[in-house]
Design a protein around this ligand. Structure first.
Ligand SMILES: *Cc1c(COP(=O)(O)O)cnc(C)c1O
Length: 482
């Protein structure tokens, strides 16, 4: 097929050979215009209106170091999102690159299906057993958070089969939760705009409301009362379905992609109580919350509950290579282990290179005290600075979060928690101001979201908050002019 769509023809990039000799191949050897034309001609982007994107041209990111990105025009950009919530140790760590390089030379691939194993996957499993709470000693590997949640569902159903309780089939999750984009992950998630594009969702998955106090609590309700009310929807749903038919409840300890929604402190203890009462497994999707984001190793520890299963991805490798996993509580693991074959796996389950990179990444997070620093130093500093900066701001309704994850809620009347009539538009305006100011801050509807690399220092935090303030001030002025 001749590749000449929209005038973009594939040819080796100018000076590619020279650049490769200099070790610069990844830094980009084409002009921005050339990259955009080829991108538009041949690349369909995830979660994008690719047609609209192609008319404007994508931003070409060519390099990254620490908490900064560089685009093909030479702009230095503060990455307030750690890529997609994943680059926990920051960009450009040689330890991870070296681990991949060494592992590719020693054993680039071997599978773990047929009575075989290899050192990286063995070492990683032992390390995860050390870093996760005491009851988690077994791990199943895959390549992404989506596959992790698919795997969690497979384990849940296998578990109940081994308990001779096969009627326990329903899994309950939340509206506006995010659990990935495979068909099972998207069904488990509560994003309407994703459900709309699936012809038939996975059966036996139902949703209850999210614990989003700012957006959904009535005016006279306290956060704790609201948290209890939302948690008790789980009890009502279990009773409606019949406890003998309910297998599990799955949720993100805090909702990430849904807008960094932190539930009231009453929420998770009540969810756990209900799960125990009705013998329903509790799954925590730790894909964003895991590996230090909240200042704890896992975000369920921040909220003080004990899940039966945890989904891991993103920060597991700091995004240097893809990898996902499910951690099994001893109770679940022993049921699975002593009951015959589990008919599930991916070619790349426990991929040696990914495992080697994960080990290098987790070792840095532990031995450089990165998670500790988020808990005691940078996290509290970030949260305090955001709250001081946006206190009494005319269009900021709340700052939510802990550690190095936060949301700034835009609001047309912060005192009465009123939302902008077209909230998504306010968010988009704000995001565009950030973009132009070389700050990556994501908009989820009318919530502006930050989740920087965990290695960020105080002066870089100052820079994020200052840039966010500029963008939100500019948004307020623009909305006022309307
Ligand atoms: C990103 C994410 C996923 C999906 O992970 P992928 O690697 O994109 O498949 C699942 N759950 C949560 C909470 C996530 O943030």
């Amino acid at each position: 097929m001749s590749l000449t769509t929209q005038g973009a023809t594939y040819a080796p990039p100018a000076h590619a050979a020279n650049a490769q000799q200099r070790g610069e191949s990844s830094r980009g050897t084409r002009s921005t215009a050339e990259y955009r034309a080829l991108d538009a001609a041949h690349h369909i982007h995830p979660f994008s209106d690719t047609g609209a994107l192609n008319r404007n041209g994508s931003r070409i990111i060519v390099k990254a170091e620490g908490v900064y990105l560089w685009d093909s025009d030479g702009n230095r950009i503060m990455d307030g999102m750690a890529g997609l919530w994943c680059v926990n140790v920051g960009y450009g760590r040689k330890e991870l690159a070296d681990a991949a390089y060494r592992q590719m030379q020693d054993l680039s691939f071997y599978n773990t299906f047929f009575k075989t194993s290899h050192p990286p996957v063995i070492e990683l499993s032992a390390l995860l057993a050390e870093l996760t709470p005491a009851a988690f000693n077994h791990f199943f590997y895959c390549n992404s958070g989506s596959e992790g949640n698919d795997t969690m569902l497979r384990i849940v159903h296998r578990y109940w089969a081994t308990q001779r309780r096969p009627t326990k089939k329903y899994v309950i999750s939340r509206k506006n939760g995010y659990h990935g984009s495979t068909i099972a992950g998207a069904t488990l998630g509560g994003m309407d705009y994703m459900h709309e594009q699936i012809p038939s969702p996975v059966p036996h998955i139902v949703h209850i409301d999210q614990p989003y106090f700012f957006g959904e609590a009535s005016a006279d309700m306290t956060p704790d009362a609201f948290g209890l009310e939302r948690a008790r929807q789980l009890e009502a749903k279990i009773l409606e379905l019949g406890a003998e038919n309910v297998a599990a409840f799955v949720g993100e300890p805090f909702q990430g992609a849904g807008g960094v929604i932190f539930p009231p402190s009453s929420y998770w203890p009540e969810i756990q109580r209900i799960c125990r009462k009705y013998d329903v497994l509790l799954g925590a999707d730790e894909v964003i919350g895991g590996f230090g984001r909240t200042g704890e190793w896992f975000s369920h520890q921040h909220f003080g509950f004990e899940p039966d299963l945890i989904t891991l991805a993103k920060g597991l490798t700091s995004g240097y290579v893809p990898m996902g996993a499910v951690g099994l509580h001893d109770r679940i693991a022993s049921a699975l282990i002593d009951n015959g074959e589990f008919n599930h796996g991916m070619t790349y389950s426990g991929h040696p290179v990914a495992a080697a990179v994960a080990i290098a990444n987790l070792t840095l997070l532990r031995d450089e005290g990165i998670v500790e620093r988020v808990k005691h130093e940078t996290g509290p500093y970030f949260q305090r600075l955001l709250r001081e900066t946006f206190e009494d701001h005319p269009i900021v309704g709340e700052v939510a979060g802990t550690g190095l994850v936060a949301a700034v809620q835009l609001s047309s009347d912060p005192r009465t928690r009123r939302r902008f009539e077209n909230g998504a538009e306010a968010g988009t305006i704000c995001r565009d101001f950030c973009f132009n100011g070389n700050l990556i801050m994501r908009a989820t509807g009318d919530r502006m979201v930050l989740s920087p690399p965990l290695v960020i220092n105080r002066s870089e935090i100052d820079e994020i908050v200052e840039k966010a303030k500029c963008a939100i001030d500019a948004t307020a002025r623009q909305l006022e002019r309307r």
